[in-house]
Design a protein around this ligand. Sequence first.
Ligand code: IDP
Ligand code: MG
Length: 139
Amino acid sequence: MERTLMMIKPDAVRRNLCGWILKTVEEAGLSIRQMRLIHLTPEAAKGFYHVHQGKPFLNDLVEYMSSGPIVVAVLEGEGAILGLRKIVGATDPAKAEPGTIRGEVGLNVQENSVHASDSEASAVSEIAYYGLDEIWRKP
Ligand code: IDP
Ligand code: MG
């Protein structure tokens, strides 16, 4: 069993797509283990995306990610990390396969509706970033 972090990004929360996205990942066999709706400050968004420091798109990304509420969720399943990346699809929705979340509802390379951890190390640090590991077993 693996755990991974998904974020439903502001463009998708704004368009009432949370239900469809959660249904899609659940039907693919992933289970929700933790979930919260939060509104990131620009500082918190920048901290989350620290690996992209220096990239030309970072400032716009931070502004967008703090533009409205997001849903952060820990998903669990066999091969959840790679599995969720596949369900999410390519970064640019125009290049994402039909049937993937970004292929179906992503707007553009920035407003691509969902985030998914890209490795075991990222999953662990991203879950910890939101403190979702600390409340993992709390009833
Ligand atoms: P990923 O989300 O598919 O892992 P990353 O390269 O890690 O893609 O980029 C993180 C996020 O930054 C993307 O999901 C997207 O929102 C944004 N992003 C990535 N590349 C670009 C770009 O070329 N222009 C604008 N935004 C971008
Ligand atoms: Mg990434």
